[in-house]
Write a protein of this length. Structure first.
Length: 528
């Protein structure tokens, strides 16, 4: 059941601080009352000054109301005068045992309420089912060990530094192993432990302690990391060196199955029939669409797990010839919608808001004139600095603005220029060692007079309705084909992904492009 302390904090509107107060052993209302006269300790519990002032005001009002309503004399147990100064003066020079003992034995003011007060309080209590708190293994572990109590007390006083985070991870992983040298900790358990750490220590980020392995679009698998995982791998190595850990797991337990979406319950035979039809037939189109929808989850998961990243687009188009048909791009849109239902029509509902914000940002750089949507997309690139791009071959490539614009939307005056342009693009990709990814293409004598729009996939232009449709279909292709953004335009597409299209994926947390200060600033400015 929830403690009186937690219930009162919830009444005050301080729910997010409950785990922190419980971790510091504030379990009753009287201990909260004592905080009003201990500003230094209160600052450790509630950081923002405004929040502290709000807490003190609510606490003083609560104390005043309690005194007025009390039906019996209030009996107080005064704390040991010699102990309080010692607790106030705690610092990291105390040993784990000394700090744990001080926290364990710290006296608090106790108030005996009248029967009338208790009956009134009980009348407004929530039903027990609502006050049951989910079990927290990490908190229970820390409360049972001297080292754990030390960490709880230290965090309440001054938070953690890197050394204490490592110490916390060591404490948790050692407890997980117990006496089993062949213990295997899987992804789900690592995630749960990281979540529980954040629950006990709200200022500690889950990603500090565990980030699961992940395969980015078209890239190599990024191995798991974090304080818990580092301790886990280090301990495994030590146990193997001592011949205590018999063998390595045959399959890495830290990489969770890369199923983008749950697969349906189609029988294996039916699935094989559908896939075979899609591989060999180009009509009837209605049946192709039906079979494509039924096999969507299976194909998406196969793209992520089974196909070599560098061969994704080429081999996928060769396998499913229906994608090369005039309406083939609509099949890729089906797969995108299967993954991101809310993002499938977002461009047209949010383009007005997004374009207005881009114009305001460009105005700060001296750009005020825009001939068309295509012109806006081209000038959108000017919001980014020119910086070198790491490529597989040779030195870092300092792509020009024209190169970056090509990755976002290539403009040519007449269609006969396309062959020459694609040859230049392929030659540059061969020289630098990267793959040419899908990109939008518009054709017209000026950016205002666009005659036709395309999406270029595997070197082939596919006609679409408008420039914005070309932008939208190209974006959806990156996720439906599980391929990367054009290497020179990754920053631009990442901003479009998280603002205009509103698509967020787990890899973004550790994606270095998504975490660049310039990219994060523009995402915040252009969010719509």
């Amino acid at each position: 059941m929830e403690s009186n302390c937690a219930q009162l904090l919830r009444d005050f509107g301080f729910e997010k601080y409950i785990p922190q107060f419980e971790a510091a052993l504030f379990n009753d209302i009287e201990s909260l009352e004592a905080l009003v006269s201990q500003p230094n300790l209160l600052a450790q519990m509630i950081g923002p000054l405004g929040q502290r002032a709000k807490f003190v005001a609510k606490m003083e009002k609560f104390i005043s109301e309690q005194k007025e309503e009390a039906a019996t004399d209030v009996k107080k147990e005064m704390p040991d005068e010699n102990l309080i100064p010692a607790v106030r003066g705690l610092d990291s020079s105390f040993t784990a045992a000394e700090l744990a003992e001080l926290l364990e034995n710290q006296p608090v003011i106790k108030v005996e309420s009248s029967n009338a007060e208790r009956e009134e309080s009980n009348a407004f209590e929530e039903p027990p089912a609502k006050r049951i708190r989910t079990s927290n293994d990490v908190l229970e572990l820390l409360q049972l060990t001297v080292d754990g109590k030390y960490l709880l007390g230290l965090y309440a006083i001054k938070g953690f530094d890197n050394k204490n985070r490592v110490r916390l991870a060591n404490c948790i992983i050692n407890a997980e192993y117990g006496a089993d040298a062949n213990k295997v900790i899987g992804t789900a358990r690592f995630k749960e432990l990281a979540r529980q750490i954040n629950e006990v220590f709200p200022d500690e980020e889950e990603t500090t302690y565990y980030v699961p392995a992940y395969t980015p679009r078209g890239g190599k698998t990024v191995i798991a990391r974090g304080k818990l995982y580092d301790k886990y791998t280090a301990l495994n190595k030590e146990l193997r060196e001592a011949n205590l850990r018999k063998k390595r797991p045959t399959q890495s337990e830290d990489i969770e199955p890369n199923n983008l979406i749950p697969e349906n319950n189609e029988g294996n035979t039916d699935m094989e029939v559908c896939l075979k039809f899609l591989e060999t037939c180009l009509k009837p189109w209605d049946l192709i669409v039906d079979y494509w929808k039924r096999t969507s989850a299976y194909r998406l998961n196969s793209l992520l797990n089974d196909i070599a990243p560098k061969a994704n687009v080429e081999s996928y188009l060769q396998r499913y010839a229906c994608l090369k048909q005039p309406k083939g791009y609509t099949l890729l849109e089906i797969d995108f919608k299967n993954r991101f239902t809310e993002g499938s029509l977002r461009l047209f509902s949010h383009w007005g808001s997004f374009s207005d914000k881009v114009k305001r940002e460009l105005a700060t750089t001296g750009v005020h004139k825009f001939e068309s949507d295509v012109d806006l997309i081209q000038k959108f690139v000017q919001l980014f600095s020119i910086c070198p791009v790491k490529v597989p071959k040779g030195k870092a490539w300092r792509a020009s603005r024209a190169d970056i614009q090509q990755g976002c939307m290539l403009h040519i005056k007449v269609m006969s220029d396309f062959e020459k342009e694609i040859e230049k693009i392929n030659a540059l990709a061969t020289e630098k060692g990267f793959s040419v990814q899908p990109f939008p293409l518009v054709v017209g004598m000026t950016l205002k007079d666009i005659n036709s729009s395309y999406v270029v996939i595997d070197g082939q232009p596919i006609l679409v309705e408008s420039p914005l449709r070309a932008l939208e279909v190209a974006f959806k292709c990156y996720f439906a084909l599980h391929c990367e953004y054009p290497i020179q335009s990754q920053r631009q597409w990442t901003v479009l992904q998280k603002t205009l299209f509103g698509v967020h994926v787990p890899y973004d947390r550790i994606n270095p492009i998504a975490n660049l200060p310039e990219v994060k600033r523009l995402i915040k400015k252009l969010q719509c």
